[in-house]
Structures are given as C-alpha cells and as structure tokens.
Design a protein around this ligand. Structure first.
Ligand SMILES: NC(=O)c1ccc[n+]([C@@H]2O[C@H](COP(=O)([O-])OP(=O)(O)OC[C@H]3O[C@@H](n4cnc5c(N)ncnc54)[C@H](OP(=O)(O)O)[C@@H]3O)[C@@H](O)[C@H]2O)c1
Length: 277
C-alpha cells in the first residue's frame, strides 16, 4: 500500500500520528489507514461523539492507542492546545485535513467568514507544520501531509478565498518538501479532485444543479495513494481524473481560460453572483 512496509512506515513516521479534521470523510480515512499501519493516532475535530466512536473502532480493530482532542481549529490557540495534549508522545506524522469551504459570491459573505477560512485552512496547518516540524527535524525523520485541492491550480469564482487557501497549502508543502527532505522530514500536499465525503456530498445537495458525484474518488483510495506518495514529491494529484485535469489545466490551456472555465463550472454548480454575467 505504501512505498514502505508497515514496519518501515511505523519506524519512519511513528509512533504517533496527528490527524486534524478526523471525524469523518478523508480525515477518518487517514486515521483508519494510519492506525492499520500500526501507528497510534490523535484525532482532532469539533464533534466529540464522532471522535469517540472512531477511537473505539480503531482501538478495537487495530490495537493502537487513540487520543481524541475535541477542538475548533479556528481558535487562535488551537495549535498550542494540540501541542499541549501531545506533549508526552512523539508525533512522527502530521496530517492536516480540516477545511472550511465557503461557497458563494465573495462580497456577499461577512468578512469574518473569510478570516475564519484563512485561520482554519492556512494559519492552523502552517502553525502545526512548524511546531511538529521543529520536533521532527532533530530526529531526522517524520512526515507532514497537507490537504490541498485540484482547485489550487487557478483562481475560481464563487470559491475564490477557498481556492486561494488551497494554493497556499500546495505551495507551502512544495517549499517545505524541498527544504526539509535533506533532514529526513517528508512533506506532501495532496491535490485531490472531487472526493465522495459527507462535506462534498452536502455541498452538492445545496447546489442548484444538484450535481452528481460521478467520477468522485472514494476517501480510502485518496488516502492510500497519498500515503504512498509521501516522501516522493512535494505535491501530487491522486487518481487518473485529477492527474488528467491538472495536466490539461496547467499545460494545455491558457491560464486565463482555465480561470474562466472554472468560473463557469462553479456558476453552473452553485449559481451565479449578482455581479457575474
Ligand atoms: N471532498 C472533496 O471533494 C475534496 C476535494 C479536494 C480537496 N479536499 C480537501 O480535503 C479535506 C477534507 O475534505 P472533506 O471533504 O473530507 O471535508 P469534510 O467532510 O468537510 O470533513 C472535514 C473534517 O474536518 C473537520 N473540521 C472542519 N472544520 C473544523 C474546525 N473548525 N475545527 C476542527 N475540525 C474541523 C470536520 O469535523 P468536525 O465538523 O467534527 O469539526 C471533518 O472531520 C479538506 O481540506 C478539503 O479542502 C476535499
């Protein structure tokens, strides 16, 4: 499943992993795959009941230790709270999966919402990469995974701030990959296309076009490919569809056109703003 055997994976990225945004969807799948590889897992999200039931399932199925940290990652002190809750264990793998995905015309949302999106999607992963990276580098081993998105490749109407935050994660991971790989710390951004998660499916149910999840990947497949790519490159696109879309948008299509095409797609999916033609 990974480029490493489970024993090698645990030696390189164990004994503990942190999954931020772990209560469902991709985060839950990360926690499960990592626990299956024999690492203890710390689970962060707001919904404590979901974390508790995931903890019980993972401890029962894989015999690993699981800690739950119910927490809102929008809080300014969230990275400090997490560091405090894990001060007595060695975290060798940090997965930042949580995101706030605001859909709709930029100017029609309160500014505070956009600030919250930046806090959850940019400030928290950067701070956690910093604090756990500080611990990993002296050990000469470790891994940091940031969930980015295929949408990071160009600006996109109706999700402008979200795509900007995903571009931040991709660029941050690529830079840190090059900076830290010589010290044994692997950094990777996963730039997924559509993934069939509760968050994605509920965003479609709000959509006027009631778009279909056809072509969406399953969370487990994304996670398996992401763990396999860790250590090989700074960013990657899981699945054939996202690789093909990335190639098309980056290499074949003029960038201006790519921005316009994405805008059209978003308007079809989620409606148009009063300022859009
Ligand atoms: N699904 C897709 O199609 C897709 C495509 C490309 C990229 N991505 C990226 O993949 C990641 C996961 O997506 P997803 O679809 O699995 O999302 P999701 O279903 O919305 O789940 C996100 C997870 O993050 C947690 N979370 C959200 N806000 C939080 C907060 N303020 N504090 C603590 N935890 C929080 C949620 O738990 P609680 O609600 O319990 O807090 C949940 O466990 C995101 O970074 C997203 O940008 C997704």
């Amino acid at each position: 499943m990974t480029r490493l055997s489970p024993t090698e994976f645990k030696a390189r990225y164990g004994p503990w992993a942190l999954v931020a945004g772990a209560s469902e969807g991709l985060g839950e799948a990360f926690a499960e795959q990592i626990a299956q590889l024999g690492l203890n897992v710390a689970l962060v999200a707001r919904r404590e009941a979901l974390l508790d039931s995931l903890r019980d399932r993972l401890t029962g199925a894989y015999g690993v230790e699981v800690r739950t940290i119910p927490l809102d990652l929008a809080r300014e002190d969230a990275p400090a709270v997490i560091a405090g809750a894990l001060a007595d264990v060695e975290v060798g793998l940090m997965v930042y999966n949580a995101a706030l995905s605001i859909i709709g015309p930029f100017l029609e949302r309160p500014l505070a919402d956009h600030h919250a999106e930046i806090a959850i999607n940019c400030q928290a992963p950067m701070s956690l990469a910093y604090s756990f990276g500080q611990q990993m580098r002296p050990r000469g081993r470790g891994g940091i995974i940031l969930m980015s998105s295929l949408s990071a490749l160009q600006g996109s109407a109706n999700i402008a701030n979200y795509t900007a935050t995903k571009a931040y994660n991709m660029i941050l991971a690529e830079g840190l990959w090059e900076e830290l790989r010589f010290s044994g710390v692997d950094v990777l951004a996963c730039c997924a296309g559509a993934v069939s998660t509760p968050g994605y499916l509920s965003s479609l149910s709000d959509s006027p076009s009631k778009g279909s999840p056809a072509g969406a990947m399953m969370p487990k497949a994304v996670v398996v490919q992401t763990l396999a790519a860790l250590g090989k490159q700074g960013s990657f696109f899981p699945g054939f569809n996202s690789k093909a879309a990335a190639f098309f948008m980056r290499r074949l299509m003029p960038h201006r056109l790519a921005v316009q095409v994405m805008g059209r797609v978003m308007r079809q999916m989620y409606g148009s703003s009063s300022t859009q033609p």
